[in-house]
Design a protein around this ligand. Structure first.
Ligand code: ADP
Ligand code: MG
Length: 509
């Protein structure tokens, strides 16, 4: 009897323990399912916040065209600065000689030398690129420009024709300087502000070509800035050199910007100021574009608030290579706070800009079944080991949402320009004529920048959105021309066009 009781007791204990274990297992499963649901919820909410339906993109198109008008009409009339470049002639193919160019504008710094043979021939340009030392980005004007002048001197001596650089005839230089500049002539301009992580206060308000020419003189270089342009203008020059139907240029690299050819009579703010009729290139500084129609999420708001330039460059912060990786990081961080799907301590994930856009692109474009690249990057860069496959898939999805939104917004910006100049097939922003009455002119837009040229998914999303917004028929007349390194070569071409020795220029439009 006593033994039987013990047996029953043991059986009960075993059963209770089994139940308890089962309850714990089930409980854990329920908990983990709940966590997963929360994480998926974060993604769903983010995806919804980033929505870019065609309807919304068309609102962005209209807003861009309206802001362009406002920016041209009066200084400070829009967040779009619509800066006049004084470039009213573009290279026409007859330029001859050796020209140098410098391209400073973001992650890389380039020195170039092109030999122009006339008859639209550019002999293979020599290009040397190097990253800009981080400390120089926030140092002094003298440090930065001395570095640039030294690199140029080294390049000229190495690649040049052997003549003494201080004795030879003064050379003309094209300078691509991709920051907002208030141009005072084609070769001079005042720096308005730094962007893209640069911040050298003693240069703001100064004449940029003078800073460079002084540094070149300090290094014994006998050179003159013949054209001071930004990367968009350089890209437009090269595009136009190859194809005279090129009317706009867009940069999508570390930052983003665009320029286009405007009729002088549309440039209301400088009426009476210009001596030429015809056209002029306008630098939009579109990175600063803003509209309530832009799909903005809490992550964008936080990224902006944490940036050194809050409330500035809103469009750029949604589109360009400097920021896309960090938006992804912020979403992943939020997911990990919501539920510890990546494990506990994640100091790396909290570090701003640790996830660079090229790595994000690699994760996005990982087509291996096990997403091994995603696993490697999460482990090596963010120090998150052993991420399960379904979480890796989630990370890829976040990259996709961020890039798709960026590419589609860039497409809407481009169509906004086309609309402003009546090349979108809709009859311009005042409307009037129906789509079918408009005969679209062949229109070329030159595009440059690492995000566009090296990130296939980005490029595909951009092309797809162009067709969605314009419609198949109109989109056939719009050609996006890839102009890798165009901003530098274009500046050399502009240096030649605006060289003091030339008189036979052809006016635009
Ligand atoms: P910059 O804008 O500094 O003149 P680039 O036009 O070469 O330089 O663009 C560099 C930027 O492009 C990088 O900062 C990066 O954000 C982005 N980028 C470069 N390569 C890739 C890539 N493979 N995938 C995605 N983004 C890239
Ligand atoms: Mg560039």
């Amino acid at each position: 009897m006593g033994r039987g009781f013990v047996v029953v007791g043991v059986a009960v204990t075993v059963a209770v323990t089994a139940c308890a274990v089962a309850a714990v297992v089930v409980g854990k499963r329920v908990k983990s399912r709940r966590k997963w649901r929360r994480v998926v919820g974060v993604l769903a909410e983010f995806e919804q916040g980033c929505e870019t339906t065609v309807g919304r993109l068309k609102q962005v198109v209209d807003a861009m065209a309206v802001e362009m008008h406002a920016g041209l009409a009066s200084e400070g009339g829009s967040k779009l600065k619509m800066l006049l470049t004084f470039v009213d002639t573009l290279p026409n193919g007859s330029e001859k000689g050796i020209y140098y160019a410098l391209d400073l504008g973001g992650t890389n710094f380039r020195v170039l030398r092109v030999q122009l043979g006339g008859q639209r021939s550019i002999l293979e340009p020599d290009v040397e690129r190097q990253p800009i030392p981080q400390h120089l980005m926030t140092s002094t004007s003298e440090d930065l420009f001395d570095f640039i002048a030294s690199s140029l001197k080294e390049f000229v001596e190495k690649e040049g024709d052997g003549s003494d650089t201080s004795l030879m005839r003064r050379r003309e230089l094209g300078f691509t300087f991709s920051f907002p500049v208030k141009q005072t002539s084609v070769s001079t301009g005042i720096l308005i502000k730094w962007t893209k992580g640069f911040g050298i206060e003693d240069t703001v308000g100064r004449e940029v070509s003078e800073c460079l020419e002084q540094a070149m003189a300090r290094k014994g270089l006998n050179m003159r800035v013949a054209a001071l342009v930004n990367d968009t203008v350089g890209t437009l020059a090269l595009g136009h050199y190859h194809d005279p139907d090129t009317i706009a240029a867009v940069i999508i690299g570390t930052g983003t910007n665009a320029c286009y050819l405007e009729r002088t009579d549309a440039i209301i703010k400088c009426q009476g100021l210009l001596t030429t009729s015809g056209g002029m290139v306008v630098n939009m500084e579109w990175g600063n574009f803003w509209s309530s129609h832009l799909p903005r999420t809490s992550y964008d708001i936080e990224l902006d608030a944490d940036s050194p330039n809050p409330n500035d460059q809103g469009f750029e912060k949604m589109i360009s290579g400097m920021y896309l990786g960090d938006i992804v990081r912020r979403v992943i961080l939020r997911m990990s706070h919501e539920a510890d799907i990546f494990g506990d301590a994640l100091p790396k994930l909290s570090m701003p800009f640790i996830l660079r856009t090229p790595l994000m692109a690699e994760m996005h474009e990982d087509d291996s079944p096990e997403l091994t690249e995603v696993a490697r990057i999460l482990k090596d860069t963010l120090e998150i080991p052993d991420v399960p496959l379904k979480v890796r898939k989630l990370v890829v999805k976040v990259c996709d949402v961020v890039t798709r939104r960026a590419a589609r917004l860039a497409a809407a910006g481009i169509v906004g320009i086309l609309k402003k100049i009546g090349r979108d097939g809709s009859g311009g922003i005042t409307g009037g004529r129906s789509r079918s009455d408009i005969k679209m002119k062949r229109t070329v837009v030159a595009i440059e920048g690492g995000l566009y040229t090296s990130y296939t998914m980005f490029r595909e999303y951009l092309h797809e959105a162009m067709i969605e917004i314009l419609g198949e028929e109109a989109a056939q007349h719009v050609i996006l021309m890839d102009t890798e390194d165009g901003s530098g070569v274009g500046a050399a071409l502009l240096g030649a066009t605006h060289s003091s020795n030339r008189v036979d220029n052809v006016q635009l439009l």
